[in-house]
Design a binder for this molecule. Structure first.
Ligand code: PGA
Length: 243
């Protein structure tokens, strides 16, 4: 794992956005794995800025989003499809038909997860996967459990995730279920970029980097991957050994 500590979320956003833009310049047909939440926002702002300056195009790129809530209409502002449209896709030149999501409302959930997995494979797999990390160590919506997960599946959200994300919802509207890429799907990405900021992530970050490989902290699975870049601010890095 290649860990870099940067001064703040803005600096991380620039570094992460620049890394993604460089990858897209090098490979205009790049397949991106994208994430939602607060962590990627400065990164998306940087990508938009570089695109609008004429420095990078995503016209040939494809994307697959990590996860999606179950039971929210696509048009709900809290759906991850809405989030991505608002925060990134509507402001760059990626073609809407090249952006892929799990459909959290599909009646046959297993078939939907299989369709998504097959679509990722048909695209040649993910070249660069962007990730955040939950305060409980989740990546995507792979919550702490007894075993590492494989391909995309439907999951029940943990109490920690419900507490963290319910700030975006009005009272008690927070979905309890989601569909997510599994840990196995994430590990197949050729390159992974994880962003974490703030003290609330410090313990999960410590476990991910220094803890034992364990599904009790799903992010420890990234220890097995050969090409992981991690950008942290001082607060998220505050529990790491100093050497
Ligand atoms: P956040 O979420 O970026 O909103 O903190 C990250 C995550 O839960 O994976």
């Amino acid at each position: 794992m290649n860990v870099t500590i940067l001064p703040d979320a803005a600096a991380i956003g620039r570094a992460a956005g620049d890394l993604i833009c460089a990858a897209a310049q090098q490979n205009p047909a790049i397949v991106l794995g994208l994430a939602t939440g607060a962590s990627p926002l400065p990164c998306y702002a940087r990508i938009i800025q570089r695109h609008q300056a004429g420095e990078v195009s995503f016209a040939g790129a494809r994307s697959f989003n990590l996860d999606e809530y179950c039971g929210l209409p696509e048009s709900d502002p809290n759906s991850y499809r809405s989030f991505m449209r608002k925060e990134l896709f509507s402001q760059i030149d990626i073609l809407p038909e090249n952006t892929h999501f799990l459909d959290g409302n599909a009646p046959d959930e297993a078939a939907e997860c299989a369709r998504f997995t097959a679509a990722m494979q048909a695209a040649g797999g993910i070249d660069l996967q962007l990730l955040g990390i939950g305060r409980n160590g989740h990546i995507g919506f792979n919550e702490p459990g007894d075993a590492f997960t494989g391909e995309a599946y439907k999951t029940r959200l943990s109490e920690s995730t419900i507490a963290a994300n319910s700030v975006y919802f009005s009272q008690d509207d927070m979905p309890r279920y989601a569909m997510t890429m599994g840990v196995g799907s994430i590990l197949r990405a050729r390159e992974i970029l994880l962003i974490a900021t703030g003290e609330a992530k410090a313990e999960a970050v410590r476990s991910m980097i220094e803890g034992e490989l364990s599904p009790a902290c799903p992010a420890t699975a990234l220890q097995q991957h050969e090409h992981v870049t991690i950008f942290l601010d001082e607060a998220a890095a505050s529990l790491l050994k100093k050497d």
